[in-house]
Design a binder for this molecule. Structure first.
Ligand code: EPZ
Length: 411
């Protein structure tokens, strides 16, 4: 992907539905055998992979006018390895299959670019609900003739574990409490989707979620929330390029931490009826950032902000407290002339006057987005290799950025 530099993004852009809401919602569709319609589904690879996985399990899926139509239930409980290894979110089918089929077999995650990403908290939750867990030959097998409600304390507010346990508990006998649950908006959206099928979940968005098990779930017609990380990425891109853009289809409440740090760095963020305007007319001020579970500063915005702060007047500090290895983009930014020093989970970014275009490599989708932002500001063009990572989670990102004045080409 070739990104010409010295661009100032101007105009309007529309955010797509949230990847990280839709992936668990697709998994939760396995909890019911009736017809479900999920609307405004973005055309991104992670969604395609999970949809293929659900079809492999036996569910009939049609994709028409950006909606997914599901009918019928799963007849298999072992997703194919070649699909599971493609994205970690495949794990999210464990809870639904365990609850619906009484048994599920999934291959354990390969490592990925941002860390080992274990699933111990997912399995701890399934065991608490009465499942037996066995790990053999790189696979994890969970079995339970009947799941029973229980108290589950999460050692860490894991998004995926909260989602998986919530889905398994929805068809258990009795009531489950998930304590120290994740608070992300995608958890609330999943609970709303499941409740629209007849689940009885309260407390999503707080750190104690109560799930009263029900006999079965039925049909629904649902539109997921907008993608707060896609929105945040365009906000940072506008600030980095000293542009002026309006972002539509956004829930400002979901972006408070990103907005706060943009304001601290001298960008301007104006909210009015469902959209946000971002522009910058003064020098970028350095800021301190520590990524945290929601509502703290999102780890999925860390790389994009690092690209932006590479141009600040002074030194910023970013601490990545969620993942143990999410600085893969640093080496690539250094190739563009950024001045960054990392020490464990902390990076010190000494701002410079400008970056220079280079040949760089995307290691994960957020690192790829960071390199696009850096490239748009740089002197000269930037050639981003492995840019397919970016397409995993950003619908039509080239068209959307070119609509704002960029002139990006796929090579
Ligand atoms: C979700 O991943 C998101 N993915 C990630 O977005 C996001 O970065 C992450 O939450 C944190 O917000 C989806 O929603 C599909 P976690 P998830 O379980 O569920 C440790 C993107 O760019 N942990 O909250 O995998 C884990 O190692 C992606 O869109 C355990 O130790 O995140 C990590 O250090 C990247 N044991 C921390 O918790 C477990 O059983 C956060 O992981 C589970 C997690």
């Amino acid at each position: 992907m070739l990104v010409p530099g010295k661009v100032r993004l101007m105009g309007e852009v529309e955010v797509s539905s949230s990847k990280n809401a839709i992936l668990p919602i697709l998994a939760a569709s396995l909890l019911s055998d009736e017809t479900k319609i999920i609307k405004n589904v973005p055309d991104i690879r992670d969604v395609t992979v999970i949809t293929e996985l659900i079809q492999y399990l036996g569910v009939k899926v049609d994709y028409r006018d950006r909606s997914l139509h599901f009918s019928g239930g799963a007849v298999r409980e072992t997703p194919p390895y070649e699909l599971v290894r493609l994205i970690r979110a495949s794990f999210l089918v464990m809870g639904p299959l365990l609850a619906k089929k009484g048994s599920v077999r999934v291959s354990l995650p390969g490592g990925c670019a941002i860390g080992t990403r274990p699933i111990d908290l997912h399995l701890k939750g399934f065991e608490a609900l009465g499942a037996s867990i066995n790990v053999t030959g790189g696979d994890v097998i969970a079995k339970a003739n009947q799941l029973y409600g229980n108290h589950v304390y999460l050692d860490y507010p894991s998004v995926g574990a909260t989602e998986n346990i919530m889905m398994a508990a929805s068809l258990a006998q009795g009531t489950t409490y998930i304590e120290n649950a994740a608070l992300e908006p995608e958890i609330v959206d999943l609970a709303n989707f499941m409740n629209s099928m007849g689940a009885r979940i309260t407390g999503a968005g707080s750190n104690v979620i109560k799930i009263e098990g029900v006999e079965k779930l039925s049909s629904t017609d649902y539109s997921p929330i907008p993608d707060r990380i896609e929105a945040g990425t365009y906000m940072v891109a506008a600030a980095a390029t000293a542009g002026d853009i309006i972002i539509k289809n956004i829930i400002p409440e979901h972006l408070k931490a990103v907005t706060a740090k943009l304001l601290e760095s001298n960008a301007i963020v104006e909210e009015n009826n469902g959209h946000i305007r971002v522009y910058r007319q003064q020098d970028i001020k350095p800021v301190y950032i520590k990524t945290q579970p929601y509502p703290g500063f999102p780890t999925d915005m860390q790389a994009q902000f690092m690209a932006y702060l590479s141009l600040a007047r002074g030194s910023s500090v970013i601490t990545e407290s969620v993942f143990e290895n999410r600085f893969m983009h640093v080496a690539e930014l250094l190739r563009m002339g950024a001045k960054i020093k990392t020490e464990g989970r902390t990076a010190i970014i000494k701002g410079c006057r400008e970056l220079t275009g280079a040949r760089v490599r995307a290691t994960d989708l957020r690192a790829g987005a960071a390199l696009m932002i850096a490239g748009l500001t740089a002197r000269g063009s930037t050639n981003i290799m492995n840019s397919e990572h970016i397409d995993r989670g950003y619908e039509n990102i080239v068209a959307k950025l070119n609509g704002l004045g960029a002139n990006i080409r796929r090579v």
